[in-house]
Design a protein around this ligand. Structure first.
Ligand code: TTP
Ligand code: MG
Length: 438
């Protein structure tokens, strides 16, 4: 399995799987924007979306405060995966090549960001802190969290009903809508968002943006309106505006690369096109439920619940390379990835059940580097062995090393890895990947 937010991340540009699972709500068509999931008597949900500012760069600036004053880029391979806002003011952008970034900003300071340990830890600390205020917190990638604060809002509505014309904290997406409407629940939501951002800053030293709206889709869309370290509320009367301002359908969270391609073939390019395409035409191309979901998303309707993430279901690590063609290189790389994973499994303490290997092959015709995976159950005795060192095991101790070696050896045998890999076809033909675990 792979990290959702890693170098050359296809979640960001190709694969809509992550969004699909996060934005798929009940299969039934949504008849209104917010009534379906609301408890009886509650007009609508109040959903927050948090997105940390220049996340990896912030973690590095906490580690070394002198980096705050300089333009800072976080480098993975040849790419600047993110940069602080000092660097952004000088023209550096996320996902710029190191060469281009240095050209734009010769004084750019680079920090390597391949080791995700600190970012992963900070990411979980944020989710944990938010969860201590309200249990409905859902992680999205490393630096985003959704929160359903409807109940918190209702409690405040009862305890201290806000006065008429109660003002918002932070920005309102369209300030003129604020003047002639009354949205006390969203206003309370905006104050809760401000309090939570404050808590994240004072306890963890991290700043971020927040969006406040009636569903996840809209909260995510509005949260980056003012960056960095600001927050924005979207009022229901401005849903049409924000959806249409997205332009292309690919900008709608939940519409991935493949879906956008299929929509383009139907002549659907803009969000407006998608709103107007007759539903039967959409159903002809996609399954009924998917067609309805697409239609709903184009209208800013999203009934998917905020699903608490809990402990991660899988632990994963990955790396990418320009070229990897010899057996020795492959084995070495897999061993590196495995030893990092073993450490994390030991810390986690749960017995692993399944092992999955994913490869991503470059082909000139498929620049999305589609992934191929094979998985197999891990026999119980191996699973126990992985954990038997216990969480207190020291990283460098001889016992740990020998356990690791032992386990890797078992695993290799189990996968028949050495003998299969000698058949170089495994690395070359997609078909023979099937033989890997069969
Ligand atoms: P983002 O939220 O996209 O970016 P950011 O938090 O750095 O900056 P912003 O202030 O604009 O929100 O991504 C979060 C982190 O994920 C980012 O710090 C680095 C990492 N990342 C990748 O590993 N690969 C990628 O392609 C992108 C875009 C980000
Ligand atoms: Mg961010």
């Amino acid at each position: 399995l792979v990290n959702k937010m890693d170098i050359s991340d296809e979640e960001m540009d190709g694969d809509d799987g992550q969004w699909r699972s996060r934005f798929t709500g009940p299969e039934e068509p949504a008849t209104s924007g917010w009534s379906v999931n609301s408890p009886p008597g509650v007009p609508h949900r109040v959903i927050l979306h948090f997105d940390l500012d220049c996340f990896y760069a912030q973690v590095e600036m906490i580690r070394d405060p002198s980096l705050r004053e300089v333009p800072l880029g976080i480098q993975q391979k040849y790419i600047i995966v993110t940069c602080n806002y000092v660097a952004r003011e000088r023209g550096v952008t996320k996902l710029m090549s190191v060469t281009d970034a240095k050209e734009k900003c010769p004084e750019l300071v680079l920090v390597r960001g391949e080791d995700l340990t600190l970012y992963r830890e900070a990411s979980h600390q944020v989710t944990e802190l938010l969860s201590s205020f309200c249990p409905l917190v859902e992680r999205l990638g490393f630096d985003e969290n959704f929160m359903d604060v409807t109940e918190m809002v209702e409690r405040r509505m009862k305890e201290t009903p806000p006065p008429e014309g109660y003002s918002f904290s932070g920005h309102v997406y369209n300030p003129s809508s604020e003047l002639d409407s009354d949205h006390p629940r969203l206003a309370l939501g905006s104050h809760i968002a401000a309090e939570l951002r404050d808590a994240v800053h004072s306890r963890l030293g991290l700043t971020g943006c927040a969006g406040v709206a009636t569903n996840k889709l809209l909260a995510k869309l509005v949260s980056g309106t003012f960056k960095p370290n600001q927050q924005t509320v979207l009022l229901p009367e401005d849903v049409g505006h924000i959806m249409e301002s997205l332009g292309g359908v690919r900008k709608v969270p939940g519409v991935g690369h493949q879906t956008a391609k299929r929509l383009h073939q139907l002549g659907v390019v803009s969000v407006k096109d998608l709103q107007l395409l007759p539903l039967p035409d959409l159903v002809k191309e996609f399954r009924g439920a998917v067609a309805r979901r697409l239609r709903n998303l184009s209208l800013g309707v999203d009934d998917s619940p905020v699903t608490p993430s809990g402990a991660p279901q899988s632990l994963s690590d990955e790396d990418s390379f320009k070229k990897m063609s010899s057996e020795a290189e492959v084995v070495e790389k897999i061993q590196q990835l495995l030893s990092r994973l073993v450490e994390r499994m030991q810390k986690d303490g749960r017995q692993p059940q399944t092992f999955r290997l994913t490869i991503r092959r470059y082909t000139p015709t498929n620049k999305w580097f589609s992934r191929e995976s094979r998985q197999c159950p891990i026999p119980s005795h191996l699973g126990q062995k992985i954990l038997s060192g216990g969480p207190a095991l020291q990283k460098d101790s001889a016992k740990h090393q020998s356990l690791l070696e032992n386990w890797k050896c078992d695993l290799k045998k189990f996968l028949e890895f050495p003998s299969k890999i000698q058949n170089k076809e495994i690395l070359e033909s997609p078909k023979s990947m099937n033989e890997f675990f069969l």
